[in-house]
Design a protein around this ligand. Structure first.
Ligand SMILES: Cc1ncc(COP(=O)(O)O)c(C=O)c1O
Length: 380
């Protein structure tokens, strides 16, 4: 795969190594949004079926991306929404312990913490190992050891959002299955950039915002729910999620029945005529590229950077536990983070600061020139 920068609106003179913050806009996604906006000029062209068809198509495409069925997908406005829908519907009789990782993203962490407080569960935090040697391996090992028959749920990100540390979701899922533990995953920082399969990982809920690696719009995302969460109570009662929603003339024939599968968890006004077409266009592009190729592209592109970093005073995670598309770089002690960031800014290099490290993330819009300029600046 070659650089796909020509498909984006990104200015030529910046080196944007920050897709983990927010992706740039694909031209096709921008066009879909504008078309959706214009559609409302004439509401006579918007048919009742349009409230449902776009969402159906989008869910089918998302399902292909994560190895699920469309009926397991709900469309949500944010990770916090998806997390609340999943966590508040966990059973209360399968253990007294909940597990999260140190420095988990707040949207999931607060939701789990509140659920624990409300339901008298013990929240165990698995710390990131202090020693850099075999850090990823030891962290994964500690996670596996913590899951036991008293563990009701573990909630974690597919890769750590601050530094891209990889978690072995297949091994974690297997351990969860053996212990009847629910596995809730925040996929925001890897779905679209690295392959994932919800079935082989035995995931119960995969929550994902669309505006990073999925190249979608802000305020839109999805949540995959396994069958064992299908009977839960949704956060809100939208008419559109009810079994009789297609018949606009009979909406007040009130019913307790929801649409099938995870449909009850869709956010109200799911059929957003601007955001949905944008999201769908982005997912279609990802499927065309194929996520395996996107990951490979990031790996090939960053090879010279990784080689340089390994032989320098900067520090990175070992190969096996470092994501290809997103990783942290610890700075040498003599470098002051603020000065360092300012220096990058003068070169129009964009990364994120997380704690005392910087987070670098690359995708198909990046070029060899971006990496060369970054290496050059690190050297200097
Ligand atoms: C891992 C992760 N989850 C979730 C989010 C966004 O959460 P929300 O959609 O609740 O704003 C981010 C944003 O940076 C993130 O990195």
């Amino acid at each position: 795969m070659n650089s796909q920068k020509h498909l984006f609106q990104l200015p030529d003179d910046i080196h944007y190594l920050n897709c983990a913050y927010m992706s740039p806009l694909l031209k096709s996604v921008e066009d879909a949004g504008i078309e959706g906006l214009i559609r409302k000029r004439n509401p006579a062209t918007i048919r009742p079926i349009d409230f449902f068809e776009q969402a159906k198509d989008l869910k089918e495409n998302i399902a292909k991306l994560i190895g699920s069925k469309a009926t397991n997908i709900a469309l949500v406005p944010s990770v916090s929404y998806g997390m609340a829908s999943a966590i508040n519907n966990l059973p209360l009789n399968n253990g007294n312990k909940a597990i999260a990782l140190e420095n988990e993203f707040p949207s999931g962490f607060y939701t789990l913490q509140n659920w624990c407080k409300k339901n008298n569960k013990d929240l165990h935090i698995i710390p990131s190992p202090k020693s850099k040697e075999k850090r990823g391996q030891n962290w994964n090992q500690a996670i596996l050891e913590a899951i036991d028959t008293d563990t009701s749920v573990i909630m974690l990100s597919s890769v750590h959002w601050t530094d891209g540390t990889k978690f072995d979701l297949e091994a974690i899922g297997k351990k969860c299955q053996e212990n009847n533990t629910f596995l809730i995953v925040d996929g925001t920082q890897s779905v679209g950039a690295a392959p994932i399969n919800v079935r082989t990982c035995h995931i119960d809920a995969l929550v994902c915002a669309s505006y990073k690696w999925l190249f979608g719009p802000y305020s839109m995302g999805f949540t995959y729910f396994s069958e064992r969460l299908f009977e839960g109570i949704p956060l809100e009662e939208s008419w559109v999620n009810k079994a009789n929603a297609h018949n606009f003339a009979k909406l007040t024939d009130y019913t307790d029945e929801y649409t099938s599968g995870a449909g009850r968890y869709n956010v109200g006004e799911t059929g957003n005529f601007i955001l949905l077409p944008m999201f769908n266009e982005a997912i279609k592009q990802l499927l065309k590229w194929d996520v395996k190729n996107i990951e490979q592209y990031a790996e090939n592109l960053t090879k010279p950077l990784i080689e340089f970093l390994k032989d320098s005073p900067y520090c990175i995670e070992e190969d096996e536990y470092r994501s290809k598309h997103l990783f942290g770089i610890s700075l040498p002690e003599n470098l002051i983070l603020e000065d360092f960031l300012k220096r990058l800014e003068t070169k129009k290099i964009y990364v994120s600061a997380r704690g005392s490290s910087i987070r670098v993330s690359t995708s198909v819009f990046n070029t060899e020139q971006d990496i060369d300029t970054f290496i050059h600046t690190l050297k200097s």
